[in-house]
Design a binder for this molecule. Structure first.
Ligand SMILES: Nc1ncnc2c1ncn2[C@@H]1O[C@H](COP(=O)(O)OP(=O)(O)OP(=O)(O)O)[C@@H](O)[C@H]1O
Ligand SMILES: [Mg+2]
Length: 270
């Protein structure tokens, strides 16, 4: 759908051009999406394909201001094809930075702390609900419209020993809904979206899926992200000292591996 999207060729709205004029910048290559992220000295411009729910993301970001460390929305505009989000820059380093990856105990403690910060946020008035119904509804839309990129899934999900196709997985997810434990959920809780500095959690970014959702939505993605970053899955170093199961010790919980599996399978449809 958005494969041929070229954010580089878009015309940046005048107001944002003025707000960023003359500032040194660099393009960030971290994300896996079609977004073009330009990092300035104290702000960040994210240009992404326009999807109906973008305004909601900005609403969620504004609602979170003062509740959690999130980027402040400095300007948001859309031309119906692209969305332009100019936001404040979060200090610190991504949790997947070599600095934190080489400090496993501290990293895992911080990730657990980041999850607890989300869970202790009062969700009253949160402008977005991402409960299982909402997720399955969107997953169904994606399956019906051929938007699931099978090439981008775990090799074991589809094919021999796995699901025949996204439709079969969707049906399994509908038939095996776990109980629902609502909290504030980041929705894309992977290490590059969590920033840490010497004082603790310096910020949460990439809030396009943030809303009220199940506690395990974030636990599952955090666990997987910790594991894949430690295995060097994104071309980085391998960190044999990072034990992804240590996350549960830091959280003081017995992991519900079935629920983790459910949310990782659900994520395969996105
Ligand atoms: N407000 C910010 N402050 C500091 N760095 C940022 C900020 N926003 C983005 N970045 C940097 O740019 C990277 C990519 O941005 P982001 O995570 O928002 O996009 P993405 O993962 O490509 O997109 P998406 O998940 O929305 O499809 C981040 O991992 C981070 O390194
Ligand atoms: Mg991201």
């Amino acid at each position: 759908m958005e494969k041929n999207y070229k954010a580089e060729q878009t015309v940046i709205p005048e107001k944002i051009r003025q707000m960023t004029a003359g500032r040194a910048s660099r393009t960030d290559g971290t994300g896996m999406s079609n977004a073009l992220v330009t990092v300035f000295d104290d702000c960040v411009l994210k240009i992404a394909p326009y999807r109906g729910r973008n305004e909601e993301t900005v609403e969620v970001m504004r609602w979170l201001e003062g509740k959690l460390p999130v980027p402040k929305v400095l300007c948001y505009e859309s031309d119906g094809v692209h969305q332009f989000l100019l936001m404040s820059k979060i200090p610190g380093k991504m949790a997947c930075d070599e600095y934190w990856m080489s400090r496993p105990d501290e990293l895992v403690t911080r990730l657990a702390e980041a999850l607890r910060m989300l869970w202790s946020t009062d969700v009253a008035g949160c402008p977005r609900i991402r409960d299982i119904d909402a997720e399955l509804e969107e997953a169904s839309y994606r399956v019906q419209n051929g938007l699931v990129d099978i090439a981008n899934t775990e090799p074991s999900t589809f094919g021999e020993g796995g699901f025949r196709d996204p439709q079969e997985l969707l049906q399994w997810l509908r038939d095996n809904r776990p109980d629902y434990d609502p909290v504030l959920s980041h929705g894309d809780f992977c290490l590059p979206n969590i920033f840490l500095d010497e004082n603790g959690i310096s910020g949460f970014i990439d809030l396009g899926e943030t809303g009220v959702g199940d506690r395990y939505r974030d636990i599952a993605l955090c666990y997987r992200s910790l594991r894949s970053n430690a295995e060097g899955a994104y071309g980085g170093k391998v960190y044999p000292d990072i034990r992804s199961m240590a996350l549960f010790d830091a959280l003081g919980i017995e992991p519900d591996m079935d629920k983790i599996r459910y949310y990782l399978l659900l994520d395969e449809l996105f």
